[in-house]
Design a protein around this ligand. Structure first.
Ligand SMILES: Nc1ncnc2c1ncn2[C@@H]1O[C@H](COP(=O)(O)OP(=O)(O)OP(=O)(O)O)[C@@H](O)[C@H]1O
Length: 584
């Protein structure tokens, strides 16, 4: 139950139970000094009440006091080990589980959820749950166990006094539990405000250059300030609401003490109880309300954590792209067989697309912007599953193969090059982790990286900024190509691979790719007709449909979209930038 309730791992749930037991032990151990005081008082009071008694054995009480201190220390130590250390471990497991989950989710999930939400879920949600898991939950379990035990004991001793002591508890609890909905609503608002602020900050940092060039920085910062103020307001409301409720519940609890005094004094005068029982309940009243107020506080904290748990569960319950761990493909032909696809129930982006990209051949996808070229390439790598028809790799439906197993057959260069804040050498080595420096340098030369790397004093050991911010677009893309070349996978997917290279480099990179593509399946997107002229096959897409396919030499003969695109591009090559108007 604990596992389901708090989205824990098996170990986390087991640790939480141990933590609760340890906390109960620690909480009960605090009653040991009270019991000792009571025993000593009883012995001291005996002569005063006219009973015959020997003077108390001070040495015995001293030894027992030392023992009780040791017991409390041990109990706290066990509690610490079972709660805090277990919580840190669980938090790490939780983050790894979430990261693993994200790895297996289809890309459509990332389109529907923003990055800030996922980062918040993995970092701050985990942090807050770590706090709740290490403190509130085990302490609450411990307090409840110890209070129940004490309650049973006190009711057995004198039910009337016990009733006076505990009758305020259900009222105080009702106040906290009854306000759960209100607390949930406030908590949701705070979470939304935090997300909006995190989103705003991320967007601001991502687009700071564009904002500056458009002189919009100040306007954007003002909006951001409003979002941050919303977080402050929402947080104050949450604190105010839960603080007011908590204080009211605690005040209600404290009413128990005068009630015990009132009932006790009445019973004592009437001879219903003896002085010792009265004393016992007075001492109990001074101790028992503290863990009870703790329970109220922890309950309120758990209610707040509930929202984060819900968000985490939502992420964990997302359907994954499943499949087998091995791919029994025969060869590496990629076949699109009547493939249709639409993003998130939107317009159909690919309609009944059929073609084969043969092993050992370069197949180029061409078509106007938005015709579905990138989508087709991404479907070939199973970034999404086709909504109709099937895509096969060497005769195997890729839908049946686990995405990572499938991707081990692919080298991919997309338009958005992702580089890491590391050296150039390590950024290329990502293509194959165990590649030697010599192998990395060889592919870097083949992808024309050598020329710009040699300009840096530290060569391949030069650190590049976050996402290669210290490199030009063309340089970033060449590193990405080198990475793909190093992976040397049987299928190569190129999306605008030559977009930001100058003419000289484009030719060199194309030569390198041609050398490497021997015996491989190459599916390439290029807007430039020069790039596709060397392809074995061209598939022309228009509004998600295949309108022509065949050898470029054959297609240029036909009166179709391909020839039109080639002519347009030839015409565009005569275009020059001009600040003078036509009339001039
Ligand atoms: N993640 C997405 N979610 C929703 N729609 C998308 C997404 N990506 C692309 N689209 C839409 O799908 C259609 C095809 O886009 P796609 O990027 O495949 O075209 P393309 O031919 O590669 O275009 P370009 O040459 O401009 O890169 C477009 O209408 C685009 O708006």
């Amino acid at each position: 139950m604990l596992k389901r309730l708090f989205a824990l791992s098996d170990k986390g749930a087991a640790d939480l139970k141990k933590g609760g037991a340890a906390s109960a032990f620690s909480s009960l151990s605090l009653f040991v000094p009270m019991a000792l005081c009571l025993m000593l008082l009883q012995e001291i009071c005996k002569p005063l009440l006219g009973e015959k008694a020997d003077s108390p054995n001070i040495w015995l009480y001293t030894v027992l006091a030392v023992v009780s201190v040791v017991v409390i220390f041990i109990a706290n130590f066990i509690e610490y080990r079972c709660t805090y250390i277990a919580a840190y471990e669980e938090s790490a497991t939780r983050r790894i589980t979430l990261a693993e989950k994200l790895r297996k989710l289809p890309l459509s999930y990332f389109g529907e959820h923003d990055l800030a939400e996922m980062t918040t879920s993995m970092m701050s949600d985990c942090n807050e749950l770590e706090r709740t898991f290490s403190g509130a939950i085990p302490k609450m379990i411990g307090s409840i166990i110890s209070i129940i035990l004490i309650m049973v004991g006190l009711f057995a001793f004198d039910w009337r006094m016990a009733l006076a002591l505990f009758c305020v508890v259900p009222v105080a609890l009702l106040l906290i539990v009854g306000s759960k909905k209100l607390q949930d609503r406030m908590g949701t608002r705070r979470m939304e405000a935090r997300l909006a602020a995190a989103d705003g900050i991320q967007e601001f940092l991502d687009n700071i250059a564009d904002l500056k060039t458009c002189n919009q920085t100040e306007k954007y910062l003002t909006e951001l300030e409003t979002k941050l103020q919303d977080v402050v307001n929402a947080s104050v409301k949450v604190e105010l609401t839960s603080g007011t409720l908590l204080t009211s519940a605690q005040m209600l609890l404290r009413l128990g003490l005068p009630l015990v005094i009132l009932v006790g004094t009445t019973l004592l005068i009437g001879g219903g109880i003896d002085f010792f029982t009265y004393l016992l309940f007075l001492l109990a009243a001074s101790r028992v309300y503290e863990p009870l107020s703790g329970v109220m506080m922890q309950l309120s904290e758990i209610f707040n954590a509930n929202l984060q748990i819900k968000r985490m569960k939502e992420m964990e319950s997302q359907p994954e792209l499943s499949g087998t761990d091995s791919c029994a493909n025969k060869g590496y032909d990629i076949t699109f067989d009547h493939v249709s696809f639409s993003y998130q129930d939107g317009e159909t982006v690919l309609k009944n697309v059929s073609f084969t990209a043969k092993q050992g051949e370069v197949t180029a996808l061409v078509g106007p912007s938005g015709s579905g070229k990138s989508t087709a390439v991404k479907l070939a790598a199973r970034f999404w599953d086709a909504t109709g028809g099937e895509i096969r790799l060497g005769g195997i439906n890729i839908r049946t193969v686990e995405p990572e197993t499938l991707l081990s057959n692919y080298s991919i260069v997309f338009q958005d090059v992702v580089l890491f804040s590391d050296t150039i050498m390590e950024n290329i080595r990502i293509g194959r982790r165990n590649a030697t420096d010599e192998e990395v340098i060889a592919v870097a030369k083949a992808a024309c990286c050598d020329e710009f790397v040699s300009r840096f004093p530290q060569g391949y050991q030069t650190m590049i900024g976050e996402n290669g911010s210290t490199l030009s677009g063309g340089e970033r893309q060449r590193i990405s190509i080198a990475r793909a070349l190093l992976k040397d996978a049987p299928v190569i997917l190129l999306d605008e691979a030559t977009a930001s290279l100058d003419v000289e480099n484009e030719t060199s990179v194309q030569n390198a790719i041609t050398r490497l593509t021997k015996g491989k399946t190459v599916l390439v997107i290029a807007h430039r007709m020069r790039t596709v002229a060397g392809a074995d096959k061209v598939v022309v897409l228009e509004q998600g449909k295949v309108v022509q396919q065949g050898a470029p030499s054959k297609l240029i003969e036909e009166d179709g979209l391909y020839r039109h695109l080639v002519e347009l591009q030839q015409h565009s090559q005569t275009w020059t930038i001009n600040t003078k108007s036509q009339e001039d």
